[in-house]
Design a protein around this ligand. Structure first.
Ligand code: DAT
Ligand code: MG
Length: 155
């Protein structure tokens, strides 16, 4: 167990459907802490970096077009084991088979337009938080706002 900071993106389909607040609300209600928020539009360069593992897939051009189509909202979210907790809340990649109760299972019906991105490991969380918040975070995850939601032996 350790306090982690993970990266969530509210993708253009969720932004277009007015779900920025709904996504943030779910993490806040759970007891995770939002440390930073930023709205931006993906460039080709940032997309190639963020989705490097998918660059050779046939669907990549369509994915890139969609990801550039509107605002994306980046969130840095902190908590104990936050990477795994957030991935579980997000649900599986295909929204049609994602469990009800998960963000994708409740808020999306598509594989590509699946509402949110979340870092898939502590290593990628470190890279991705730095990628989308290159100036660093102005709030430390080591604060009462994060820690008060746990017993001291969980920290
Ligand atoms: P995840 O977002 O669950 O971590 P991923 O990293 O494998 O999944 O893929 C990144 C995104 O790319 C995913 O959220 C939606 C899109 N994607 C993945 N597989 C796809 C496919 N077979 N067809 C269309 N889009 C796909
Ligand atoms: Mg992924």
């Amino acid at each position: 167990m350790s306090i982690e900071t993970t990266l969530v993106l509210v993708k253009p389909d969720a932004v277009a459907r007015g779900l920025i607040g709904e996504v943030i609300r779910r993490f806040e209600r759970r007891g995770l802490a939002v440390l930073a928020i930023k709205g931006f539009v993906f460039t080709d360069e940032l997309l190639r970096e963020h989705y490097a593992h998918l660059a050779d897939r046939p669907f990549f051009p369509r994915l890139a077009e969609y990801m550039k189509s509107d605002l994306t909202v980046a969130l840095a979210i902190a908590g104990v084991d936050a990477v795994q907790v957030v991935r579980t809340m997000v649900g599986e990649t295909n929204s049609r088979t994602a469990q009800p109760g998960t963000i994708r299972g409740d808020l999306a019906v598509s594989v590509q337009r699946n509402a949110v991105h979340a870092s898939d490991s502590p290593e990628s969380a470190l890279l991705e938080v730095a990628r989308f918040f290159p100036d660093g975070l102005s709030v430390s995850p080591d604060t009462a706002r994060v820690c008060d939601n746990y017993a001291t032996d969980e920290l």
